[in-house]
Design a protein around this ligand. Structure first.
Ligand code: HEC
Ligand code: HEC
Length: 186
């Protein structure tokens, strides 16, 4: 009888340990849902036009290839003689319909998101080999403060900002990471 109680106790302990190690289903659901909310921005043309996997940036809501045969070049800042900042200034030039923000250039290929499913984009964001060596908190910090990110909410007169506000976007990202940084199924 004594032995039986003991073994039941061990089983209960093992069970509790397993529960502590694996995330609660509620947290996992909340984290994943928050990421899908943030996808409304991550997937938006204002972000995607710079985060391509092609040798060129894209333009407009239909993400067509950048005109003038603009190429990403070796450093994401354009080919020699066709540098991004020769046209894109530190701020929008509404009269010329040229968007602008400080140090306008493309995200590196490793940070290209073209065609990724939400699950794959989520995994890429969390992978230090692809996100510029950032932790989850640093990835959020980038999206909180970076000027090229913030530009998406102050685009030129020709372009639309994402429907989700920047504040709601950051809040969704914080919930995603606070609840365990879970990704939707790939
Ligand atoms: C004008 C081009 C441009 C636009 C627009 C832009 N980005 Fe980026 N993004 C970059 C560049 C360049 C980097 C690399 C910066 C670095 O690593 O220092 C980057 C890096 C990032 C990173 C960190 C690396 C990673 O992939 O995890 C995140 C996150 C990110 N951008 C999110 C966004 C979001 C969200 C938007 C839209 C709201 C956006 N970006 C719009 C150019 C852009
Ligand atoms: C010869 C001038 C010129 C050069 C060089 C140039 N751009 Fe552009 N870019 C433009 C113009 C003009 C537009 C606006 C087109 C329009 O009205 O949709 C534009 C639009 C864009 C957009 C679209 C923004 C959006 O969400 O619709 C992105 C992204 C962009 N450029 C990135 C770059 C990058 C990155 C480089 C360097 C690799 C670069 N451009 C080089 C002239 C240029």
């Amino acid at each position: 009888m004594k032995y039986r109680t003991f073994s039941l106790g061990t089983a209960a302990l093992a069970c509790a340990a397993a529960l502590a190690a694996s995330p609660s289903p509620a947290d996992k659901a909340a984290s994943t849902a928050a990421f899908l909310e943030a996808m409304k921005v991550l997937n938006h043309p204002r972000c995607m036009n710079c985060h391509t996997t092609t040798a060129w940036p894209t333009q407009g809501d239909d993400r067509h290839r950048h005109t003038f045969n603009v190429l990403r070049g070796p450093d994401g800042k354009g080919a020699p003689g066709m540098r991004c900042t020769s046209c894109h200034q530190d701020k929008n030039q509404d009269a010329l319909k040229i968007p602008g923000a400080k140090d306008w250039h493309m995200a590196p290929l490793s940070m290209g998101w073209t065609g990724l499913t939400p699950g794959a984009l989520c995994a890429a964001l969390l992978d230090p080999a692809r996100n510029g060596g950032r932790t989850g908190a640093m990835v959020i910090d980038h999206m909180r403060h970076d000027e090229l990110v913030l530009w998406a909410w102050t685009p030129d007169a020709k372009r639309k900002a994402p429907e989700l506000t920047h504040k709601a976007f950051v809040a969704a990202l914080e919930t995603w990471v606070d609840k365990g940084a879970h990704c939707p199924a790939p």
